[in-house]
Ligand binder design. Structure first.
Ligand code: PMP
Length: 371
């Protein structure tokens, strides 16, 4: 290792997902079911708002906490929904920025952080960077949020529970009862509850539920990346107890500084854009892929996001199956990138129907070959 590299960077690596992307780069015209962002473009009115902002000179730093109208619009919506006296909000540099600031603000070296396995790839990396100790809870085979398992994992060192519903990579949504039980548990034990709600709009069966409904100290992280296909614009937001938010802002001021100002004007417009058409379309795509794979694959039907996390057929494991798929021109992601187990793989159904049909056909063909 190069002598300049800091110790904190050595506890995690990026090689897993990089390997897949290296393989992908060699494919000419892949059937791509690996993408973690919507297949529609940023709605035009949002593009116009960002372009107008650039052309009218809104190109400087914004206040660290975000432009006033966006922050106010978010605050109004959040207050109407929760009515918590001590809830403040700021605009972050994407949900990722919010996640990083959460860890930096609350996790001391040696603090334990509980989250479900499979997990979003950033969670263990970010919390290790802050000196935290990952406590992944095995949620196989149905990926349900089991409050008893969370309770059993709590020790005197537990500082944070990190929830993600709808989840990446499984698409599984927690029930109201599960979320309420975990929210109350966190409150009883005085543990920080962080809820990553980036997929909240992609919720297909019933209304989205946040643990913040049951625990007024919940820190909620959300953003516009997925909902409005603005992944490259870097606009997220975080709301929670005033003192926690103020601490995150202190760190944002000395790191990200602010979310890009023109993108924030786009996000302000995004708050007026209806997503109903897109959500209905993604619900239909969810059904299409589930129906297409249900005979030959074992999986939990996703209630949200745009992912499916099937068990790899045959006995060779997730990575071996993914390599076979990639050799045949189908791009999917091995489950072990999101997990301590190499048994599953992730499909994204944020793709055209044509791509989905081609993917389903090839996956079924591969399943017949390996079983
Ligand atoms: N959380 C989860 C669960 C995600 O899947 C992603 C994006 N893949 C993020 C956070 C980060 O999103 P953003 O673009 O807002 O940083």
């Amino acid at each position: 290792m190069h002598p300049w590299i800091a110790d904190r960077t050595t506890t995690f690596d990026a090689s897993g997902i990089r390997k897949v992307f290296d393989l992908a780069a060699k494919l000419k015209d892949p059937i791509n079911l690996s993408i973690g962002q919507p297949d529609f473009d940023v709605p035009e009115s949002i593009q116009d708002a960002a372009v107008d902002a650039i052309r009218s000179g809104k190109n400087a730093y914004s206040p660290t906490q975000g432009i006033a109208p966006l922050r106010q619009a978010l605050k109004t919506e959040i207050d109407q929904r929760y009515g918590h006296a001590d809830r403040d909000v700021f605009v972050s540099s994407g949900t990722s920025g919010g996640l990083m600031l959460s860890m930096m603000s609350m996790v001391n070296p040696g603090d334990e952080v509980i989250y479900l396995d499979p997990f979003f790839v950033m969670y263990p990396a970010l919390l290790k960077m802050s000196g935290g100790v990952p406590v992944p809870i095995n949620s196989y085979p149905d990926f349900a949020l089991d409050p008893d398992k969370i309770a059993a994992a709590i020790t005197s060192k537990t500082k944070m529970i990190l929830l993600n519903s709808p989840a990446n990579p499984t698409g599984v949504t927690a029930t109201r009862e599960q979320l309420e039980a975990v929210a109350r548990l966190a409150a009883d034990k005085n543990i920080a509850l962080v809820s990553d709600e980036i997929y909240s709009r992609f919720h297909y069966d019933g209304d989205f539920v946040s643990p913040a409904e049951f625990n007024p100290d919940t820190i909620v992280i959300d953003g516009f990346s997925k909902s409005h296909a603005m992944t490259g614009w870097r606009v997220g937001f975080v709301h929670g107890p005033q003192e926690v938010i103020a601490t995150m802002l202190k760190i944002q001021q000395y790191s990200f500084v602010c979310s890009p100002q023109p993108a924030q004007w786009g996000a302000l417009r995004a708050m007026e854009v209806s997503l109903d058409g897109h959500i209905a379309d993604y619900r239909r795509k969810r059904d299409l892929i589930c129906d297409g794979l249900s005979e030959r694959f074992e999986f939990t039907r996703p209630g949200g996001a745009f992912y499916l996390f099937p068990k790899a057929p045959g006995s060779a494991g997730g990575e071996a199956f993914v390599h076979k798929a990639i050799e045949r021109g189908l791009l999917i992601i091995p489950g072990k990138i999101f997990s301590q187990h190499d048994t599953h793989f992730r499909i994204s159904f944020a793709a055209t129907d044509q791509t989905l049909h081609a993917g389903v056909a090839l996956l079924n063909e591969l399943a017949d070959e390996v079983s």
